[in-house]
Design a protein around this ligand. Sequence first.
Ligand SMILES: Cc1ncc(C[n+]2csc(CCOP(=O)(O)OP(=O)(O)O)c2C)c(N)n1
Length: 918
Amino acid sequence: MSSLPVSGAFNDGLIAELYESYRRDPASVDESWRQFFRLAETLGAQGPAAAGVDASLLRKTAAAASLLGAIQRYGHLAVQLDPLGTPPPGAAELKPEFHGITDAELAQVPASALGDDDGTAADVVQRMRDVYCTTIAYEFEHLGDEDERAWFKKTIESGEATAPLSDDEKRLLLNRLTEVDGLERFLGKAYVGVKRFSIEGVDALVPMLDESIERAARGGTKHIVIGMAHRGRLNVLTHVMGKPYRVLFGEFEGHHADTNAESDTGDVKYHMGYDGSRDVPDVGTIDIQLVPNPSHLEIVNPVVAGVARARQRVKGGRPNQRDEASVLPIVIHGDASFAGEGIVPETLNISLLRGYCVGGSLHIIANNQVGFTTDPIDARSTHYASDPAKGYDIPIVHVNADDAESCLQAVRLGIAYRQRFNKDFLIDLVGYRRHGHNEADQPAFTQPTMYKVVAEHPSPRAVFGARLVRERVMTEDDVATADASLLERLNAIYQAMKKERSAPDASNTDDALVPQPASSKVDTAVRAEKLVSLNEQLLGWPSTFKLHPTLQRTIPRRRDALNNGAIDWGHAEALAFASLIADGTSVRLTGQDAERGTFSHRQAVVHDVDTGETFTPMANLPGATGAFEVYNSPLSEMAVLGFEYGFSIAAPDELVLWEAQYGDFANVAQPIFDQFISAGRAKWRQESGLVMLLPHGYEGQGPEHSSARLERFLQLSADDNMCIAYPSTPAQYFHILRRQALRRPRRPLVLMQPKSLLRMPNAASKLQQLTSGKFEPVMDDPTASANRDQVQRLVFCTAKMYYDLTAGERPANIAIVRVEELAPWPRAQVSEIVDQYPNVEEVVWAQEEPKNMGAWAYAQPRLRASIGTVTTLRYIGRPERASPAEGYKATHDEEQGRIVKDALTYSPASRKKAGAAR
Ligand SMILES: Cc1ncc(C[n+]2csc(CCOP(=O)(O)OP(=O)(O)O)c2C)c(N)n1
């Protein structure tokens, strides 16, 4: 059988040969040939060949078909995308000769041979060129799903999604471009050289957002979530979000919304978010949210997706029910950043995963063909900036930003695609940047030739205005008047603002987000009967379900654990989650292998060993009013943590947790910690209750995974921005999880989780510790109450170190205190405990990490403040090191042994000696 498809052959002899074969046995040729010969036969093509078809006509038809296929596939390479005039690269495949046919021969083939009913193949080719090679450049051939490709062909070729705008729509579009352009020019004159990251050159972005919002709203969307960088943001804030010009001008004057707390340190105007709304005729009010973002380009992308996912939850619906149509995420990218930043593919990769999908995002690359001063040739290895999206099965259209009408058509196609397939869609809006990277920057230093062209190039508004004049939709006067009256309006608002001289209205301030100090007054204990009953429910799975033999043996131990004081880490966590879910607080947990837990301690989702079927007891608690979601995340930290952060800010009623596979991998997500988790509240009044579980084990396994880099988080803590805790017992873990879910206002919670504690019998908790008490920020030495007077040295440490220090004999003059909550530092509780030891001569901070890591640098001044100046304060631990832990087990054991010994050896003499030595 020939494996050659029709489009692969253009010679009469071969066609005749294949036709012979087809007649003998249709199965001997490729399906495309079968279709082709069937069509030729139904057309009644006759010829001299014995085969009974006109081989020459067939050849021409095949060539024409091949050319049409190439136009669909490569037509985008012929579209004039650059408003500044760089010609498109074109492609040899777009020429008839490439397919062994001439223009004259095309005219000899009836259109009917190609399944068209109008004219000749030459006419069909022209119509296809008009569709694929003229204004919008389509890339959909890479899509894996045949239905999607067929939908594109049909929608594009029928002109369904790309109908021309009516005259009224064109006039409205010109007005919008006038506002976009007018605002930038006004700001440029009123505030010369002040940074605004003007939109000029990709002005169509604003009407594209208008169109997206309206189209989506007509399809049932109630909420739009937008993420974007600095470029064009001021224009989007005013025109799309509805931020008043007066407020924006005030910000240029240095005014900003009132801050309500000292810790509320704010941010620059082109990073600010906004909650706006818009009335869409015949639909109603649509909420539009612009998510604040830091300078880090593209990093907001997963946050936007997380916000969208949380907002898609159906209130009062089934657990985990979502309405994807109700919320549309729109993400605006830069051309250099889309191609260059790893967070882009990371976020695209989660777009179709069950734990993260949002029913498709609309992406727009505001492509100004330069990244700061870097040309595309140095910025990417691909032809288009959008090419990374191809690997994620995302359709792409490129459009010339000066062709405002096509820009709107591209949006219509994108929204129609999302509504049909619930997937991402990308528009590459190719424009330019009228000024430098910012308005104080000189672009001609580095792009001299480009900026000569830019200087001569009319604005998108002028280009569109001239077109409307040519089309007689508007007169030149109309176009000029629209501009003049806008500038007049802006000027009037500006003058009024100047006169007011007061701070602008802070009406966008959400009082609920005004920072308040964290309160710890919540009841985290749970009645015993309730825990016993939940425990039983968690141990129930369908009777036909066959667990792995090990789990069959170990999981039921949780039944007895409540009676025999053997509640371990995973068990305490399960009881905390179940008690919350039972009472209506939903729990969402993600992370690499989070369903099972890296160390097999969770087993939240069990698998039938015969069928592979899964069952999640926590999601099936009878009568529970909260939902449970647990997902194994893809191998990503930055996108996944960004997503969960976004989810947590938009789902204040849920307990949201992310678990690192090992705590040190959290540093792959460092910008999410630095820019969002620790600073989001201070910059943007963003409140998050996200929990980060950081397992690790300082057990001699080498430099990685020993430390969860506690020092990093402590260094970021200030202004009551987050809680950093190191619980030492399952009961403490139980209480802090419940506190986190119930306490208001919310703060992110970083939890250190030493792996050795997960199943340590010494650490296990009793039921009674869950049914009473609360999370204790500091835990006094439980053995010290009888001999407090004898204690001369107080050792402060965290959980894992505590068990190392208490594993053997302990002298009576030493007591060991665990600091369970490091930030905010429990100063009063620490002082109270110190006061209970009247004869203490020395306080020690003991840690396993090197001196330049762990909690020492953070704890030292705080301990000092808690213990006063009389008592000596000393460090016992590893010396300063470049690497967090030894690479060899024997060295680790030796060093750890030395630390334990040092910490447990105290006599006034040893104190003098140690003091002299250090
Ligand atoms: C992660 C990150 N690295 C570097 C920068 C510094 N920076 C600011 S804008 C810019 C160029 C961005 O180019 P592009 O993505 O094309 O957007 P444009 O500014 O041209 O609109 C750079 C490198 C940044 N903001 N974020």
